[in-house]
Structure formats: C-alpha cells, structure tokens
Design a protein around this ligand. Structure first.
Ligand SMILES: [Zn+2]
Length: 171
C-alpha cells in the first residue's frame, strides 16, 4: 500500500474529529458516513459530507462537496485559475475514509498538498487500496493513512469502515 501510518499530531486529531462530525451528520441523514475538512494555514476553510442519497447524485462525495464550496468562494472573490491552483497547493484534506478513485483523481489534479484519511477504502480506494492515483502526477499527492487505534474517537471510523468494507467478490 502506498499510504503509510504516521503518528497523529494534536492538530491532526482535531481536524480528524471535525471530519468525523461531518460523517456523523451524513449518517444522521442516512448517507454513507464519510466527512471531511479542508485546511489552509491551520484553519478549516471548508467541510463536506457525503450527500449522494440526498442529491441522488453518485458523485456528491464529501471531498467534492468541500472542493465545490472553495471553488465557488474563490471564483466569487475573483481569483484567477492560477491563484486557485496556488490556493489548493497549500491545502490539506482530512477525510474519515480513503478517497475513492474519482475523488483521489480530482484531488491529485487540483494539486491538494496532502490527504490524511482515517480508514482504508478497500472497495474503491484511490490512494493505494485499489489504485494509486495520488502517485500519478509530476508532484504526487502526499497520502497518509492514520491508523484507527491512534484516533480518540474511533467508533465513527469503525462504522465507516464497516459500511465501506463489503466483500469485493460476492458469491
Ligand atoms: Zn469519492
């Protein structure tokens, strides 16, 4: 697996807790419980949760929701494409579950600096579990897998794992 485990800093844990809160909101809405936050200069600048059921749109993953919030905000503020690219290159994503292949590709294209995720996604994972899209560009997306036991509140992540980790092949 391309991702690896690292010790969690207090900041990382705090941001992951915020991502878990987003995942809880998703679960309360009967969505697959995945949540994320995007951080720039140590501050959360966007958050997102899975909204595929609510929107009846299979692409509305937590990461896409958060990215769209930023794109809309930055476009309203008149940022150029170059400035938007520069902003994304300074952003960190904290997400409860490894980004899927679609999201990993999008994050890599946008040039997000680093992705930290709480559990592997062995059905759709795009950061090492199934494909390694984070390694595909000239500046590979740094992807870190934080081991579940190192997180204070793991129940949400366990739930997330449980829902995502269905058998790859069913009889
Ligand atoms: Zn996704």
């Amino acid at each position: 697996m391309a991702s690896h485990e690292e010790d969690c800093s207090p900041d990382t844990l705090a941001f992951m807790e915020l991502a878990i809160q987003q995942a809880k909101l998703a679960m309360d809405s009967l969505e697959v419980p995945v949540g994320c936050v995007i951080v720039e200069d140590g501050k959360v600048i966007a958050s997102g949760r899975n909204r595929t059921t609510e929107t009846r749109n299979a692409t509305r993953h937590a990461e896409m929701e958060a990215i769209d919030i930023l794109l809309e905000h930055w476009q309203k503020n008149g940022l150029s494409k170059l400035e938007v690219a520069e902003k994304f290159s300074n952003c960190y994503l904290y997400v409860t579950c490894e980004p899927c292949i679609m999201c990993a590709a999008a994050l890599s294209i946008l040039g997000i600096k680093e992705v930290c995720y709480g559990c592997a996604n062995d059905k759709f994972g795009g950061c090492g579990s199934i494909l390694s899209l984070h390694l595909g560009s000239s500046e590979p997306l740094k992807s870190l897998w934080f081991h579940l036991p190192s997180l204070g509140n793991t129940s949400m992540l366990s739930e997330c794992c449980h829902r995502e980790r269905k058998p790859k092949f069913s009889a």
